[in-house]
Design a protein around this ligand. Structure first.
Ligand SMILES: Cc1ncc(COP(=O)(O)O)c(C=O)c1O
Length: 454
């Protein structure tokens, strides 16, 4: 494996940062204006970037243009939302038609029925409710698990992100020194604002380790309402489940009366028509969706079995929201799910992703980089770790932040729009072409050549 020369990485990073600053002067000016009215100059802290965010002017198909007029092929895709491509004409027409028929009633419309029927078909769970984001979906799921069981404790996977409500803002990206023992991790609040009492009610377990889950459930299983987890982790690059892991999780949670929640906000409608649930063949008690499912509009959904649906329907557990099932969002979701991301499209996304992953792996091998590739459906990444990762602790100890940051700079400076930071992956859309992938590979090859001094 190529020895990474840290002095070279530092000087390449400086060089690329300089290039980035020179290309994004209008973004710098926009940032100076934006910070006067928005903390950090952004609507959500996930959009922050050093030295400033790239402000986007517009998007079409696989491309976006920033306020400086730079054109990028978009592999960020709005944090994995825009599988349909930007300004998709089919979804656009459906939304425009709904605009002329009224945009909000807070009364059910046909769209919500069509979308719930389609989600039943895709994911297999028989009942669905809507809300407005991934955060609301996981919040409702946790609430429902507690309401159904009369228990308070929630289990989650160490190093996973499920949105920004109090019950899941725990052990998201805890630093190494705060983790505690692997078989009894500390519940670490993610930022300020979460009451200590609530943090204590959420306990973390390591991913891909059913034995660790079993021993926790043996100790405190009768207090646990639910286990919320991504069936494949997608917020620390991508970590797929080990063979047999999800099956054992299903058995253990069922044995202890613990509701199993698959958070499919990222995997749902991107790695198969029926998400991870269909792909891995393990059926949870609840599924949470958002992101790609609503074709670029702010919607979320929660799927559940008949037993859980009954306590929502009879009002035992309250599931509310003024904008739930909003007609514009439902029009976008209906067009996305029934006309654009139809079943056959997933094989095409998978093939396109495979070609990009293979191309990246060839470059990794050719330049002997300390990295490997991982992907599922429309999503993939190069992971800058010499060893394969199975859980968050591997990510913390294995991923090379300097290389990840430098790769991001090379991509941005070569016209590839990517999420900043070390934890994300790319998301392909139906609009991405061979030429788009070629551009990605050219940028990555330039990076690989320079970091190895080739
Ligand atoms: C797995 C997962 N769950 C939930 C969320 C929260 O979704 P939202 O940002 O729509 O609130 C995210 C967001 O990235 C996510 O990745």
């Amino acid at each position: 494996m190529a020895e990474i020369d840290r002095t070279r990485i530092a000087s390449l990073t400086e060089e690329q940062q300089e290039r980035f600053r020179n290309r994004t002067g209008r973004s710098a000016e926009t940032f100076a204006r934006a910070v006067r009215s928005m903390p950090g100059g952004v609507p959500s802290s996930f959009q922050e970037n050093d030295p400033w965010p790239v402000y986007i002017d517009r998007g079409e198909g696989s491309r976006v243009w920033d306020v400086d007029g730079n054109e990028y092929v978009d592999f960020h895709n709005g944090f994995g939302v825009m599988c349909i491509g930007h300004a998709n004409p089919t979804v656009g027409a459906a939304v425009k038609a709904q605009i002329d028929r009224g945009t909000h009633f807070a009364a059910p419309t046909d769209g919500s029925i069509v979308v719930s029927e389609e989600l039943v078909r895709r994911f297999g769970l028989p009942q669905w409710r809507f809300n407005n984001s991934g955060t609301e979906a996981t919040m409702d799921a946790v609430h429902l698990a507690r309401g159904a069981t009369g228990r308070d404790t929630i289990l989650k996977i160490e190093g996973s992100y499920h949105g920004h409500h109090d019950s899941v803002m725990v052990s998201v990206y805890p630093p190494l020194e705060a983790l505690g023992a692997r078989d009894d991790p500390v519940s670490v609040p993610y930022g300020g604002g979460t009451p200590r009492a609530l943090t204590e009610l959420t306990r973390a377990v390591p991913f891909n380790d059913a034995d660790a889950l079993e021993s926790v459930l043996e100790k405190i299983g009768d207090r646990v309402a639910g286990l919320i987890m991504e069936p494949a982790m997608m917020n620390i690059n991508i970590i797929p489940p080990r063979e047999g892991y999800l099956e054992r999780v299903r058995e253990l949670t069922a044995a202890h009366g613990v509701k199993l929640i698959f958070d499919e906000v990222k995997t749902g409608c991107t790695i198969a028509a029926g998400g991870a649930t269909a792909r891995f063949g393990v059926v949870p008690d609840m599924i949470t969706l958002a992101k790609a499912s609503c074709g670029g509009y702010p919607g979320g959904a929660i799927g559940m079995g008949e037993d859980l649906a009954a306590i929502v329907a009879d009002g035992t557990v309250k599931q509310y929201g003024t904008f739930n099932g909003n007609p514009l969002v439902m029009a976008a979701a209906e067009a996305t799910l029934t006309e654009v991301l139809v079943d056959g499209v997933y094989a095409e996304l998978e093939a396109s992703n495979r070609a990009l992953l293979d191309g990246c792996q060839e470059i990794v091998d050719g330049w002997d980089l300390p990295a490997y590739t991982e992907g599922l459906g429309a999503k993939g990444c190069v992971i800058f770790s010499p060893e394969r990762m199975y859980e968050y602790r591997d990510y913390l100890s294995g991923v090379d932040d300097d290389l990840s940051t430098l790769a991001w700079l090379y991509h941005m400076n070569h016209g590839i729009f990517m999420t900043p930071g070390t934890e994300e992956e790319w998301t392909l859309s139906i609009a991405h072409t061979d030429e788009d992938r070629r551009r990605y590979l050219d940028a990555f090859e330039a990076f690989a050549k320079d970091v190895t001094g080739g």
